[in-house]
Design a protein around this ligand. Sequence first.
Ligand SMILES: NC(=O)C1=CN([C@@H]2O[C@H](COP(=O)(O)OP(=O)(O)OC[C@H]3O[C@@H](n4cnc5c(N)ncnc54)[C@H](O)[C@@H]3O)[C@@H](O)[C@H]2O)C=CC1
Ligand SMILES: O=C(CO)COP(=O)(O)O
Ligand SMILES: [Zn+2]
Length: 355
Amino acid sequence: MSTLVQRRHEIELPKRILIGTDVVNEVGNTIRQLDLGSNAIIITGPHVYQKYHNLLEESLERSKIEYNFVIVKSSTADDAEHALEEARAYKPSVVIGFGGGKSIDIAKYVAFKLGVEMVSVPTAASHDGIASPFASIKGVNGPVSMKVKPPIAIIADTRIIAEAPSRLLRAGSGDLIAKLTAVRDWKLAHKLKGEYYGEYAASLALLSARHVIRYAITIRRGGIEAAHIVVEGLISSGVAMCIAGSTRPASGSEHLFSHALDMIAPKPALHGEQVAIGTIMMMYLHGGPWKRIRRILRKIGLPTTARELGIKDEYIIKALTIAHRVRPERYTILGESGLTWEAAERIARITGVID
Ligand SMILES: NC(=O)C1=CN([C@@H]2O[C@H](COP(=O)(O)OP(=O)(O)OC[C@H]3O[C@@H](n4cnc5c(N)ncnc54)[C@H](O)[C@@H]3O)[C@@H](O)[C@H]2O)C=CC1
Ligand SMILES: O=C(CO)COP(=O)(O)O
Ligand SMILES: [Zn+2]
């Protein structure tokens, strides 16, 4: 099924991956070992800064690395530009992304624009941008997945990640289960549009989904072991994106639905929660085992209904009807003309997302 339509395929991968308890203490010496200079900018969010800034500071100070923090609240294009200007003034030799998906996305963007390496220090296992070579930046017409560089190092402290609200770890599992429909959409685009399809990258993405399905009960319980399992899956999905050279193995119609919700819902839920619900509905459209997906999400403790997501039914339906327009170049099961209001409502009702 692999099509070698790409004449030249360049794959860039992270160089160092550290997963374990208290590895946050090794950020400074990793920067030294990888020869990334001695002037770091740390992009983080206000909560994570408050909770954990001292841990990172101690590690950097031990390695005699100067640092400054840039605090970001979201990952809009405006926030990314502001962070870039603030960071530029410090002339950093390396950028550290410290926090959830939004901080890591902005850190990747800033590092890319400044032409320096980026170190990913996730404090939550809530998304697979931890290791991917893309920065998801929210523009006025929806999110853009900008091709940047993969983080040169990933330092995932499972003690910090296990301490984060359990909802975040479950959301990360949701982002991985989404690969089940993302890969189906990718295959469909290959068959109908002749798009490049990489079987190896697709298999790796699916493996990360199967990994969390296998450990659903452990993940629901939370704790350090669960954090370790989910982080490994998220990193391997990120590597699948590095290999594919696109977010195709990780993002399909279920992601388009979530991006659409982000654009229209007054208070969107977590990325991983939204894509998980999207996976139920898109699997139904693909004619696949959508009830099984719903059972797995329940087992993990993820929301499976609009009510549990905290989003009104009308936004779910509306998001389904506009999802195909979010990234028109990305062909999925939603086709080129998308779903009518009636069809969207029917799908959401049949799958139990709305009642
Ligand atoms: N570039 C890529 O390849 C990918 C990017 N993404 C992007 O990532 C974003 C979603 O990331 P999320 O992490 O879900 O959202 P987020 O970055 O908004 O974080 C969610 C919340 O968790 C909090 N948090 C993080 N770590 C914590 C900790 N240890 N203790 C307490 N609170 C903590 C943050 O402060 C924030 O309030 C979306 O914008 C999505 O598009 C998602 C997947 C892949
Ligand atoms: O969320 C992602 C993968 O999990 C990124 O994909 P997008 O290309 O949809 O931004
Ligand atoms: Zn995602």
